[in-house]
Write a protein of this length. Structure first.
Length: 319
């Protein structure tokens, strides 16, 4: 392999660079050592390439979506919505499996940032141009189809899959158990480094926590107070975006799952708006932390997710 080296040469009163090939210098890199001619070269050998190993835990870059991608995104968003409608299944897990998780978290983080800027405009701390720039940075061609698919299928799931789960619990749970167990390979495959002893410890701790959470007794509340609806929505929305933790199961534990179904059926706007406000506050408070973990502590995050998914298999055990 030959390396180009440039040396200055005087010509007609001006400096001109003449390029030549020197095979003997192929092992060296330019650095700041002056030569008699005033040019900087190096006698330091090139270190072996480490391109095969990831330099950081940052998530891989993904191109922005186009409207041609919309049908597939609606379908994948529907899978996430279906998971959220079934207690014990984590929508975050399905988002990870179908390849939506990273982009959803990034889009949610950008949306939260834009909303905060909008609040700053109202308080006269930011300019409207900043809000427009933040909104323009959101990949709407990705976010809108995914949210549409999630919303439509979630509403359909609450009236179809949930009754099916009551009529055939063993068969349905067996299917979900197999799906989640096989999906454990997904976060392991998304780790930027090999599975290390520290990752094994994190996975074990997360599995124990998830097992304990899913072992909590369920609570039945006929008419929950609005403050509980608000707090429950803030907690459940965070469970929705974290793989391995089921938002529906959290609502069941808090006694809000059945009241929410009733509010949707009766179109109780006060209940629905309170729940939506709590979900927005909870998501805005947590999504930035989750986004930072994905981009700066990806190995730790994926190891923890693996443990959460493993522990969440307990309520799905069909026998």
């Amino acid at each position: 392999m030959q390396t180009l080296r440039e040396w200055p040469r005087r010509s007609r009163g001006r400096d001109r660079l003449e390029t030549f090939r020197d095979p003997d210098l192929a092992r060296f890199r330019p650095c700041e050592i002056p030569t008699p001619n005033g040019f900087l070269i190096s006698t330091r050998p090139e270190t072996p390439s480490t391109a095969s190993e990831p330099a950081s835990d940052d998530a891989p870059a993904v191109a922005r979506a186009t409207w041609r991608d919309a049908p597939g995104l609606v379908l994948r968003g529907g899978f996430v919505g279906a998971a959220e409608g079934v207690p014990g299944i984590s929508g975050g897990t399905i988002a990870l499996v179908v390849g939506l998780f990273d982009r959803l978290i990034d889009a949610a983080g950008q949306l939260v940032h834009a909303v905060r800027l909008l609040v700053g405009v109202v308080l006269r701390r930011h300019r409207l141009a900043e809000v427009r720039a933040a909104l323009a940075g959101i990949d709407w061609r990705f976010l809108v189809p995914v949210l549409v698919g999630m919303a439509v299928v979630l509403v359909a799931t609450l009236s179809t899959v949930a009754p099916l789960l009551k009529q055939h619990p063993v068969q349905v749970n067996a299917v979900f158990f197999g799906m989640i167990a096989l999906s454990l390979l997904v976060p392991i495959g998304l780790m930027p480094h090999r599975f290390r002893p520290r990752d094994v410890a994190l996975t074990a701790v997360a599995a124990v926590l998830a097992f304990g959470l899913t072992s909590l007794p369920r609570v039945d509340i006929d008419q929950p107070p609005l403050w509980l609806v608000f707090v429950g929505a803030a907690i459940a929305i965070n469970a929705l975006v974290v793989p391995g933790v089921s938002g529906s199961f959290v609502l069941l534990t808090l006694g809000l799952y059945i009241p929410i179904q009733g509010a949707l059926a009766e179109r109780d706007l006060v209940f629905i708006l309170t729940f939506a406000l709590g979900a927005a506050v909870g998501l805005g408070s947590f999504v930035k932390v989750l986004q930072w973990l994905l981009h700066h502590r990806r190995q730790v995050f994926m190891a923890t997710v693996t443990g959460l998914m493993l522990g969440s298999l307990r309520p799905l055990w069909p026998w």
